[in-house]
Design a protein around this ligand. Structure first.
Ligand code: ADP
Ligand code: ADP
Ligand code: ZN
Length: 218
């Protein structure tokens, strides 16, 4: 099973991708995580991406296409993948089609997690992750069971993304509406699009996603 999770920044793509990864043994391919790893490692790609990401702008297509092409060649991608945050432009969607065709891989679905803009500032400004294992949390919507302690690893240090502030949310939403939302009809045209209401609680969204995946893998 190879799927794309689409939706606005803070829409719940990463949260759901991690749950599906565990449940189905697929791998989450997040271009945002890969770019943040490149920044942390101080690579040339990281240096180029940092300024753009901090400003809430998209990183150039060739950069993310190159990253994904390499990642898809790693053996674990054959177990099935969940693309999270890629493709984000028409050029990326077309490049993905070419890459998959070359590698003999096929896309089984593109699922839009739909969340209106008015939810997004609160989602993004409340987001944080465990500094040790990367588990995701939210100040209001997804708190650890014991305050200050990660449910998954017991870690007590947490971090927030540099770009997760009210200022960059507007540019990120603008980029989403101008460049990313237009690729949704592209997948609809191929008969691959499914839409889930992302304003529902996390476990309800998960239930609908697993319903879609279970039906299409039958
Ligand atoms: P994305 O990967 O699409 O940017 P995330 O999965 O990181 O989004 O979610 C953004 C924030 O919102 C996180 O703090 C997460 O805990 C929280 N969140 C995710 N899904 C929901 C939901 N259905 N309802 C409420 N909060 C959610
Ligand atoms: P979110 O879904 O919460 O906005 P991501 O982690 O997916 O977060 O992306 C963070 C930033 O990384 C984006 O604002 C953008 O600058 C860059 N980025 C990630 N994926 C892509 C992509 N496919 N194309 C261009 N830029 C990307
Ligand atoms: Zn942890």
């Amino acid at each position: 099973m190879n799927i794309i999770l689409m939706g606005p920044p803070g829409g719940g793509k990463g949260t759901q991708a991690k749950i599906l990864e565990e449940k189905y043994g697929m791998v989450q391919l997040s271009t945002g995580d890969m770019l943040r790893a490149a920044i942390a490692a101080g690579t040339p790609v990281g240096l180029e991406a940092k300024t753009l990401m901090d400003a809430g702008k998209l990183v150039p297509d060739q950069v993310v296409i190159g990253i994904i092409a390499e990642r898809l060649d790693q053996p674990d991608a054959r177990k099935g993948f969940i693309l999270d945050g890629f493709p984000r432009t028409t050029a990326q969607a077309e490049a993905l089609d070419r890459m998959l065709a070359e590698k003999g891989l096929k896309l089984d679905g593109a699922i839009e997690i739909r969340v209106p803009d008015e939810y997004i500032v609160e989602r993004i400004t409340g987001r944080y992750t465990c500094g040790k294992c990367g588990a995701g949390y939210h100040d209001k919507f997804q708190q650890p069971k014991v305050a200050g302690v990660c449910d998954s690893c017991g870690g007590t240090e947490f971090k927030r993304r540099d770009d997760d502030n009210a200022l960059t949310v507007k540019s990120r939403l603008d980029a989403y509406h101008a460049k990313t939302a237009p690729i949704i009809p592209y997948y609809d045209g191929k008969g691959l699009l499914r839409v889930v209401d992302g304003t529902q609680p996390i476990d309800v969204v998960t239930g609908q996603l697993t319903g879609i995946i279970d039906r299409s893998s039958r």
